[in-house]
Structures are given as structure tokens and as C-alpha cells.
Design a protein around this ligand. Structure first.
Ligand code: ATP
Ligand code: MG
Length: 561
């Protein structure tokens, strides 16, 4: 309840304020937004910011939000990406209606608009080479020069653009440019290219087109064709807004969406752009786009992030106009909070050492009752088998423990979670490895459930599994992919030099309580005292789960800094 009230009282961000004013003034009666990914890679957590913003505004205003693929670059785009993007948006919990839209569906209309621009003497075919174009463009401090083709007749431009479209010319030999102002202080307004020749098949339109519209030209017109009211994009498009408006004004379109820019999400300890993520995938630094260490949505999902945790994270960071960095801890805390409330507690020993209870009858099997969640009785209880031989964590025993070590050691008594109090008797060392091989203890039958009737105090509680009944599981201890806050911050090194060598540690001898083999792919649990773990969706097999560590119980990076 408190949380809801908090949400309702939260001041609106600047975009929601604009929308509220537009509704109040009657400028708009319905709100339509869009999320426009280019299908040239998988979505990442940065895209989630844009998705939650656009679809969130739709939900709050009972409006519409289109999913539109901005597929104007056939050489980099693929159907696999289209499918992954659709499933990621659905997974986040958003609905784009019956069908997604594709900019490529507008190719015929976009071409007609180009003809209209030529007829208005607002576009021309230019034959400067790419090098000449650059030279004519000028710089930030110097104005550009008019192209010698700028004043060609309308008839000639119409003829040339038709031939470009027919495939009569080579790639790079001709482009269609908007005729704006070569002296504009804004480089985007210096007669930008709006069409180029590309003899590449498109994933949807095949060989139909030999020319493809540029992003800036396509985007505003696609927004207009879909009656978008507010076109929300990231700050780097601020300088493109005059072009967005120029195209719609010049064509005098019936609808003119308002472009509003917001700050993109930057996150520490990771790289975000699709190009960099692609390098990690192609260089085999990670195990595919959905590697659980990646901040792609498919990677986060495989890691154990829930849609709610991602939506909460995006809500926490808010929407602003100034670029800033968000600490990875904020993202990690969002899933930690979610799983702290929702994940069932289980026991799993990651690095087992055997404990033998000398006074426990060999054939005896006890069933201990354990809570699935210490604070939530609705999550119920379960029975865990207790036998004479158990496993505990190797790290929970020390031969020469310091005073503050409240676990097992010579002379010590410790509590087994949901079990009994056990008292150290002796231990055996493996002569070859020098490691502890087994520990002998006695149990106190009067302490079932963990408390002593005589009231004696035992500080430490450790987790355990029955050696006889436990099941072997593979556990992957995932950690941050990069060891530094800003992997791209050092000009001397490549970001791949900053990879954290310990970002994935695979444990093959972990032993889990028996019920864990029944978990399904994607299920998340807390291994008591160890962290939150999720059943891997790619590598788990029937009765042989692979557990990915989603996040540790506490932030272990804070103290490293
Ligand atoms: P990248 O830089 O990773 O390649 P992009 O911006 O090229 O991303 P698009 O597919 O063009 O990827 O993006 C779709 C939408 O998502 C755009 O509106 C874009 O502004 C938004 N977006 C992309 N990255 C972020 C980010 N880090 N934070 C917020 N929004 C983002
Ligand atoms: Mg892009």
C-alpha cells in the first residue's frame, strides 16, 4: 500500500509532464508512442528504458504504443533479431497490439514522398563521390559548399531518381539529398542524404529495392504515418530534430509528431552498445547474445532477472535530460529485492566436505521440516532427509579457528539449519592433498529443529545436505563481466582487456537437497547463505539442473572499491 501511495505522489518526469499538458490543453485526446528498434542485434537493458517509457506512457494514458522495426539497412538486419526483439518485449510484459510495424512496409510511400520533395525542388540527385561529399560538407567551424548538382532541373532529378531505383547505377555513385542549407550551423541540415543505392537483398522486401531510405528520413515519416503523437528518443538525436521537423513541414504532412529527447541509460561495469556486445559475441568472449553475464535482455533473463525487477529498476532510475551513469549495484539490488521476497529458500552445498555423526544410527532417516521462506508462511514448508552422513561447506570448518569463527572446528558446537546441534569429535586429513577428508561429530537428539532444551547458546548455523540423498548439480558462479567501472574509459586499452577473469566459475561437485531436480528451467531459488540461483534454460537437462548464480545475497563489490 505504502509503495502504491508513493508511486502516485511521485512527481511526473518531464516527458510525462508534457503529455499531461497536451491532454489537458486538448492538443491531443489520445496518446500514441512507439518503440523503434533496428533489428541488427538483441535488445539490452538500455532498450528496456525506452520500452518501459514508451509502453508505460501507453498504459498510463490508455493509449497505443507501436513496436516498429526500423529496418532500413538491409546489410546488417536479420529475421532472427526481429524474433528475439518481439519475444523480449513480450517477456517484459508489454503488448503492441496485433502486429508489429516495419519501416520497410512504408518503402513505397517513402519513395512517393521523395518524389514529392523533388517536385517541390526540395531534393536533388547528387553525383559527388563520398570523398567529395565530405569535402563539400564543411566542418563545425566552416560552412559547407553547394554541390554542383544542387541546381539540376526537377525533370532531371526525377529521371535520375527513377534510374537509381531501377538499379541503373552503381552503389555510391548517386544519392538523393534534401535541399536545405549548406551553410547551416547544424551539420545535419547541410543537404543530408535521404536515399542511397544498396544492391543488397532486404530480409523482408527481397530484391524489390535497389535504393534504401536513410534513418532520419524514414523515422519522422514512419512516425507520421502511424499517427505518433510523441516520438521519444535518446539525446544524441537532439541535433537531428530540425531535420525531423523540416521533412514533415516541407511535405506539409497532416500529422506532425513531437520529438522529445531523453538521457540514455549508461551502466557501470558493462558495455551497452549493440556494436560492442556483438564484438563480445563474435570474439567468443562470452557464450552468445544470451550469455548470463551480458546485459542483453535475453542474458539477464537467463541469469534469473524477472521482468518485474527490470521494470522496477527502470522506474527507480527515472527519466531525465542529462546523461549520467547508473551504478551496476542499482540493477543488482532490483533483482535482489525481488528474489528476497519471492524466491523459495533451499539448501545446496557448493564445496562439500563430509560430516559423519558417530552416534546417529546408520539406517536411520529423519525428515526435517524446513520453511520455504522465513518471513512468508504462505510459501509453506518441505521435508528434507537427514542421515548419518552429511555434507557441509568446506569453508564452514576450520582446524584452527579464530575466536570469532562461529562455525565448526575442534571443540565447537554448531547448529545445522532445520536439523540438530552437532558437536565436533575429530577429523581426518587426506595425506595426498592435505585437505580435510571427513569430520566426525555427535548430534544431540534433544535438539531437533535446532534449539537446546537446556537453553545453551550456539551462535553459528550452517547449511547441509544428506550425503546419501543429495543430488549432484552444476553451479555457475557468475559475477560482473568487467572488472572496472568504465571498461571503455582507458584510451590505452581495448574494452576486452578489462574483462573480469572470474566472471564465471563453474562448480561441478555441488550437492543439493533432493527436491531441486524438480525445478523447471528459469525457476529461481535462494541457496541459503550462498545467493540467488536460477535454473539455466539452455544447459539444464531433465533431473540435471545447471544453476546460474543470479546475484549474491549482499553487494560484495562495494568494499572492493
Ligand atoms: P545501440 O547504441 O546499442 O546500438 P541503438 O540506439 O542503435 O542502440 P536502436 O535499435 O536504434 O538501438 O534503439 C531502439 C530504441 O532504443 C531507440 O529509440 C533508442 O534511442 C533506444 N535506446 C537504445 N539504447 C538506449 C539506452 N542505452 N538508453 C535508453 N534508450 C536506448
Ligand atoms: Mg542505432
Amino acid at each position: 500500500m505504502e509503495k502504491k501511495a508513493e508511486k502516485e505522489n511521485k512527481p511526473l518526469d518531464f516527458i510525462r509532464q508534457i503529455i499531461a499538458e497536451d491532454l489537458k490543453s486538448g492538443k491531443h485526446h489520445n496518446i500514441t508512442t512507439r518503440f523503434p528498434p533496428e533489428p541488427n542485434g538483441f535488445l539490452h537493458i538500455g532498450h528496456a528504458k525506452s520500452i518501459c517509457l514508451n509502453f508505460g506512457i501507453k498504459e498510463e494514458n490508455n493509449g497505443v504504443c507501436n513496436l516498429r522495426f526500423d529496418d532500413t539497412n538491409p546489410s546488417k538486419e536479420e529475421t532472427t533479431y526481429v524474433e528475439s526483439i518481439k519475444s523480449d518485449v513480450t517477456w517484459l510484459g508489454y503488448d503492441w497490439g496485433d502486429q508489429p510495424f516495419f519501416a520497410s512496409d512504408y518503402f513505397p510511400q517513402l519513395y512517393e514522398f521523395a518524389i514529392a520533395l523533388i517536385k517541390k525542388d526540395k531534393a536533388y540527385v547528387c553525383r559527388l563521390s563520398p570523398d567529395q561529399m565530405r569535402e563539400y560538407r564543411g566542418t563545425l567551424t566552416e560552412p559547407g559548399k553547394d554541390s554542383p548538382y544542387r541546381n539540376q532541373s526537377i525533370a532531371e532529378n526525377l529521371d535520375l531518381v527513377a534510374r537509381m531505383k531501377n538499379g541503373d547505377f552503381e552503389e555510391g555513385s548517386h544519392v538523393l539529398r534534401a535541399k536545405i542549407d549548406m551553410a547551416s550551423p547544424n551539420l545535419n541540415m547541410r543537404d543530408p542524404v535521404i536515399y542511397r543505392i544498396l544492391k543488397t537483398a532486404h530480409h523482408r522486401t527481397g530484391d524489390t529495392w535497389q535504393i534504401y531510405p536513410m534513418y532520419d528520413y524514414t523515422h519522422c515519416l514512419s512516425d507520421m504515418l502511424e499517427n505518433i503523437t510523441h516520438s521519444l528518443c535518446t539525446l544524441e538525436f537532439e541535433d537531428h530534430r530540425p531535420l525531423y521537423d523540416w521533412i514533415l513541414d516541407t511535405l506539409d504532412t497532416p500529422c506532425h509528431p513531437r520529438q522529445i529527447e531523453f538521457a540514455r541509460l549508461n551502466l557501470t561495469y558493462t558495455v551497452m552498445s549493440k556494436r560492442k556486445i556483438m564484438q563480445l559475441v563474435e570474439g567468443c568472449y562470452v557464450d552468445g547474445w544470451d550469455d548470463p553475464r551480458m546485459v542483453t535482455l535475453s542474458g539477464l533473463r537467463r541469469r534469473g532477472y524477472t521482468p518485474a525487477s527490470i521494470r522496477n529498476f527502470i522506474e527507480t532510475i527515472g527519466v531525465g535530460k542529462k546523461d549520467s551513469w547508473i551504478d551496476m549495484t542499482v540493477l543488482e539490488n532490483s533483482i535482489r529485492d525481488d528474489l528476497n521476497t519471492n524466491a523459495a529458500r533451499k539448501m545446496c552445498v557448493l564445496d562439500p566436505v563430509k560430516v559423519i555423526l558417530d552416534n546417529y544410527p546408520e539406517e536411520q532417516l529423519d525428515e526435517m521440516e524446513a520453511k520455504n521462506h522465513p518471513q512468508n508462511p504462505d510459501m509453506g514448508t518441505r521435508k528434507i532427509p537427514f542421515t548419518r552422513e552429511l555434507y557441509i561447506e568446506r569453508a564452514d570448518f576450520m582446524e584452527n579457528p579464530p575466536r570469532k569463527f562461529h562455525r565448526l572446528g575442534p571443540g565447537r558446537e554448531v547448529r545445522l539449519r532445520y536439523g540438530y546441534l552437532i558437536q565436533y569429535v575429530s577429523h581426518k586429513i587426506d595425506e595426498e592433498t592435505g585437505e580435510v577428508e571427513e569430520i566426525h561429530c555427535t548430534y544431540d537428539p534433544e535438539t531437533r529443529g535446532g534449539s537446546a532444551p537446556d537453553g545453551r547458546k550456539v551462535k553459528g548455523t550452517i547449511h547441509w545436505v544428506s550425503a546419501e540423498k543429495a543430488v549432484p548439480v552444476t553451479v555457475r558462479l557468475y559475477d560482473r563481466l568487467f572488472k572496472v567501472e568504465n571498461p571503455e574509459g582507458d584510451k590505452e586499452t581495448h574494452f576486452t582487456d578489462q574483462l573480469n577473469p572470474e566472471s564465471m566459475v563453474t562448480l561441478t561437485s555441488a550437492m543439493a537437497e533432493p527436491g531441486l531436480t524438480e525445478l523447471l528451467s528459469g525457476d529461481c531459488v535462494q541457496f541459503e547463505r550462498q545467493g540467488y540461483f536460477c535454473v539455466d534454460s539452455a544447459d539444464s537437462q531433465k533431473n540435471k539442473p545447471v544453476f546460474n548464480r543470479t546475484v549474491t545475497l549482499r553487494d560484495s563489490w562495494a568494499k572492493k572499491k
